[in-house]
Design a protein around this ligand. Structure first.
Ligand SMILES: Nc1ncnc2c1ncn2[C@@H]1O[C@H](COP(=O)(O)OP(=O)(O)O)[C@@H](O)[C@H]1O
Ligand SMILES: [Mg+2]
Length: 150
């Protein structure tokens, strides 16, 4: 994983965020956990779609907001979760999703702040934030303990 801790970039279009995800895939080893943290419309699904494409997944990657978690197979397995409808870590655990932390492949979690207290320490956290310009998004990559203050 060649993402420096605290790396910060700004993207100016959907395609740039997709490309950011695509590029991220090349540096990932199996058993990577990626927490995507940011409000609705920040670009979490877009980044996850780029990441999936970078992992060689050719089928469409849709938002798992209604299914909680979707599985794909590419260069390695890809698991894409959306926890918007999950309130806390105990609901996540009740669904057995913590099992995916130990799976081979890449596990990407939208709304990961909902389970901040149980994210494994090796989780790569990616914070996305819309900026004043309608199509601009700030993206910050962090490793280590979650910094969740909202
Ligand atoms: N720089 C950008 N990065 C990502 N998405 C952008 C950007 N600029 C505009 N958009 C638009 O914002 C929306 C992001 O949606 P999505 O990726 O589903 O967000 P989330 O999963 O965080 O709710 C899309 O409609 C996309 O076209
Ligand atoms: Mg989404």
């Amino acid at each position: 994983m060649n993402v420096a801790d605290g790396k910060k970039i700004v993207t100016y279009s959907r395609d740039e965020t997709f490309q950011f995800g695509f590029d991220l895939a090349s540096g990932l080893k199996s058993r990577a956990i990626i927490a995507l943290i940011g409000p609705l419309g920040a670009g979490k699904t877009t980044l996850a779609q780029g990441l999936g494409a970078g992992l060689g997944i050719t089928e469409p990657i849709t938002s798992p907001a209604f299914n909680y978690l979707l599985e794909y197979s590419g260069r390695m397995p890809f698991y894409h979760a959306d926890l918007y409808r999950i309130e806390n870590a105990s609901q996540f655990l009740a669904l057995g999703f913590d099992e995916y932390f130990d799976r081979e492949g890449v596990f990407v979690i939208e709304w990961a702040e909902r389970i901040a207290d149980i994210l494994p320490p090796e989780t790569i956290q990616i914070y996305l934030r819309p900026l004043r310009d309608e199509d601009a998004r700030e993206i910050i990559v962090c490793k280590g303990a979650p910094r969740i203050d909202d």
